[in-house]
Design a protein around this ligand. Structure first.
Ligand SMILES: *[C@@H]1O[C@H](CO)[C@@H](O)[C@H](O)[C@H]1NC(C)=O
Ligand SMILES: *[C@@H]1O[C@H](CO)[C@@H](O)[C@H](O)[C@H]1NC(C)=O
Ligand SMILES: *[C@@H]1O[C@H](CO)[C@@H](O)[C@H](O)[C@H]1NC(C)=O
Ligand SMILES: *[C@@H]1O[C@H](CO)[C@@H](O)[C@H](O)[C@H]1NC(C)=O
Length: 707
């Protein structure tokens, strides 16, 4: 009944949309209107995606600059005050690559083409020569020759398995599979173990339809074709490697290549990504012991052996380094009441090739959100706080556009940003996923309760997300996988990231194009619409709510879980967790206290809110909620990695994609377990004290008290 009344009301509003001016409506009405079918459009999202991905648009290219112009004009025509923010970033491109396999005699040497193939009828054949040759960004230049060792996924554990088999990668070229850890860590691990070069390939079993639930490859099915290659960066830092901690503005200070190499974020051995077909060809020339069962590939493929050799590869890669202009697009709707408080939405635009899933499904969703906001503005909506839409450049190289902007605006953002909401790849398949700093948990749950599951009209996203027995729940932001990194890990801004689907076979290859999405990722584009709805609704709530809808009780709960895990990890060691446990208890009390204060004010609202004093009180409470996340950062940052200031969420040292909490404690434990001396365990204790101290700071901020 009520729903029908609202629908009628909305219908009437819509019919008056030709009016140049409408009187303001209550905020919740705008929020329902934002979600209404009359405002959300799969066709315009599809159009944005098609336009953005017509040509390959790697960072620094003219095509990516054209894509920036498209985003800028769409934001401008949606009433956003928009502008470009450019930086001069150190990027690398492939200058020359050769890979030759020298099998045991009598077979002759074989030189690989290293080319992803166009298929019959490929509508993008006309621009295929604009696709960058397959390479690893920031790979070390050089030529190496050595016997091949198969190292499974190239994890540290895989090398321990090889140790047990008596196999040593010293002076060898490793052949590793993509899929379990960050590719930069695959190459770093190989380097640490003494290898002279690394080849990283896409195994058919994992990506090519050669597994249990396999099928045909693109364009007939969703799987990676045999010649498909996953490009990507092997840099493990955040931001332009030559400007760590400061923005890459024209003429700025820069590190030399030698200094960058000393920083430890780039591998010092050459590497190349290769296809499933090329990987399999090399595997056929590797002898030695048969690899373990779970290291094997497709049933119809060769038996995988570990080597070394007898097959030898000559690998040669030379990169071209260039300082290129990168462009972030920034669009702003000024807040009517709290202009100096920012709700920030971000997505990157640059892609290794066409980037239909990664990242332009997200860019299309961003533009959809912008256009819906514009329609709300035409109906009289003005956000209480300022909303900023950001479209980042050079994310693929190492989160560069977002990191440089955060570094340039650090103090302004640290004092004014309420939250950062990231969407990278918006859609690659079914199933909603989200990660967040824990004070946003409730908001994510509530927003997904308002939006229909695009794959089942009889339930909400929330019901399908949490309803299934294998639901992962809300993830966290300790990994370095996208543009939230600088916001959370460098300056401590409450953040979230969301997507439909998680992982897809043609990732970072030439086949990540519009046709793949239309046929396999999101036929009908309803998942795109759903992501735009959740993303925009959370932004609206954060921008319009009188009290910021943050709940730090979830934070305390989450920290308690980490502490329990930690207890198990260090059991039997002489380590005292009491300071940490006490700080978490205090945080829980502080969270309860501020929640109660807000509740009390809301209950009195009717007669009190006319007083100016009340406005100041609301502002003061909101500042406490906003700044409490900042308190988890520490000036000195993580030991030996001082750019990472957040002591709860940052990537652990040896796995950029990993998401273990308390990275400082975790790094210290790994070191202590290998050295196992008094000093190293004392440094674990020291890291525990440091975490306890930042949690205590957060409690003080929440209660608004001085000692
Ligand atoms: C691996 O082999 C190299 C050279 O053959 C040797 O110097 C090195 O000690 C070996 N490493 C291990 C861990 O066995
Ligand atoms: C491979 O590299 C080695 C060492 O540089 C060189 O002697 C050999 O001729 C190369 N083989 C081929 C087939 O390129
Ligand atoms: C759709 O959702 C309803 C309600 O939750 C559920 O009973 C049904 O099984 C779902 N259908 C599919 C195909 O998942
Ligand atoms: C949008 O959704 C409608 C209804 O499901 C569908 O017919 C149409 O093909 C979709 N548009 C696109 C571009 O997929």
């Amino acid at each position: 009944m009520i729903k029908t009344a609202i629908a009628t009301f909305l219908a009437i509003l819509t019919s008056f949309s030709f009016l140049p001016f409408s009187p303001p409506l209550p905020k919740p009405t705008y929020h329902s209107l934002f979600l209404s079918a009359s405002l959300s459009q799969n066709s315009s999202i599809a159009h944005h995606l098609f336009t953005l991905t017509r040509r390959p648009h790697i960072a620094g290219s003219d095509a990516n600059s054209d894509a920036a112009a498209y985003v800028l004009s769409t934001l401008t025509s949606s009433n956003f005050h928009s502008h470009l923010v450019s930086y001069r970033a150190a990027l690398t491109y492939p200058a020359s690559r050769t890979l030759t396999l020298i099998p045991p005699p009598p077979d002759p040497p074989f030189t690989f083409e290293l080319r992803q193939e166009i298929y019959a009828g490929d509508p993008y054949a006309d621009v295929a020569d604009e696709v960058v040759p397959t390479f690893h960004a920031y790979a070390k230049s050089g030529s190496v020759s050595g016997p091949v060792v198969y190292v499974n996924y190239g994890r540290e554990d895989d090398y321990r398995t090889l140790d047990e088999m008596g196999v040593n990668v010293s002076s060898a070229v490793v052949l590793a599979k993509y899929g379990q850890i960050y590719r930069g860590d695959i190459v770093k691990n190989a380097e640490r173990e003494g290898a002279i070069g690394a080849l990283v390939y896409t195994d058919r079993k994992d990506y090519g339809g050669g597994g249990e639930d396999g099928g045909e490859w693109f364009p007939d099915g969703k799987w990676m074709p045999p010649s498909g290659v996953q490009l990507g960066s092997v840099y493990s830092g955040s931001g332009d490697p030559t400007t760590p901690g400061w923005p890459s503005t024209e003429g700025c200070e820069r590190l030399s290549n030698e200094e960058v190499e000393k920083d430890g974020h780039v591998p010092l051995i050459p590497s190349l990504p290769i296809s499933a077909a090329d990987g399999e060809r090399i595997l056929r020339t590797i002898g030695g012991k048969v690899a373990k069962e779970d290291w094997q590939g497709s049933k119809d493929g060769p038996v995988y052996r570990v080597g070394p050799g007898p097959g030898i590869v000559n690998l040669s890669y030379f990169g071209r380094q260039a300082i290129e202009t990168i462009q972030n697009v920034i669009g702003v709707i000024e807040g009517a009441e709290e202009t100096d408080r920012f709700v920030i939405l971000g997505n990157h635009r640059d892609a290794w090739t066409f980037g239909a899933v990664d990242p332009n499904s997200g860019t299309a969703a961003l533009l959809e959100v912008a256009q819906r906001f514009s329609k709300l503005q035409k109906r009289g909506w003005k956000p209480r706080r300022t909303i900023i839409l950001c479209n980042w450049d050079a994310e693929e190289y190492g989160l560069i556009g977002s990191t440089e902007w955060v570094e340039e605006n650090r103090e302004m953002l640290a004092s004014r940003a309420v939250a950062y909401l990231n969407v990278d790849s918006a859609v690659c398949g079914p199933g909603f996923h989200a990660s967040a700093t824990p004070q946003l948990d409730e908001l994510l749950k509530q927003a997904t309760q308002q939006v229909q599951d695009p794959d089942n009209s009889s339930q909400t996203i929330y019901e399908s997300w949490f309803g299934s027995s294998n639901s992962e729940g809300i993830g966290r932001l300790g990994g370095g996988g996208s543009d939230f990194a600088a916001f959370v890990q460098h300056i401590g801004i409450p953040s979230a990231i969301m997507s439909y689907g998680k992982g897809y076979p043609v990732y970072h290859s030439m086949y990540d194009d519009y046709i793949w999405i239309q046929k396999f990722g999101d036929p009908g584009f309803h998942r795109h619409v759903a992501v735009a709805s959740v993303w925009g609704l959370i932004a609206l709530w954060l921008a319009d709510a009188k009290f910021l809808p943050f709940n730090y009780l979830s934070y305390a709960e989450e920290l308690q879980k980490y502490a329990n895990d930690l207890k198990l990890e260090i059991s039997g060691k002489d380590i005292n967790l009491t300071p940490l446990l006490k700080s978490i208890e205090e945080l829980e009390k502080a969270a309860t206290q501020i929640n109660n204060q807000i509740k009390a004010i809301k209950e009195n609202e009717g007669w009190q809110s006319i007083w100016q004093k009340d406005h100041l009180k609301v502002r003061e409470l909101n500042d406490r909620l906003m700044m409490a996340e900042r308190a988890f950062t520490d000036r000195d940052g993580l030991s030996g990695r001082s750019w990472y200031k957040h002591l709860v969420y940052a990537p652990p040292k040896h796995n950029k994609y990993g998401s273990k909490p308390f990275p400082g404690i975790e790094d210290a434990i790994i070191k202590a377990k290998s050295l196992n001396n008094r000093e190293s365990w004392q440094s674990v204790q020291h890291e525990i004290w440091r975490v306890a101290r930042v949690i205590r700071q957060a409690s003080l901020v929440l209660t608004g008290g001085l000692t």
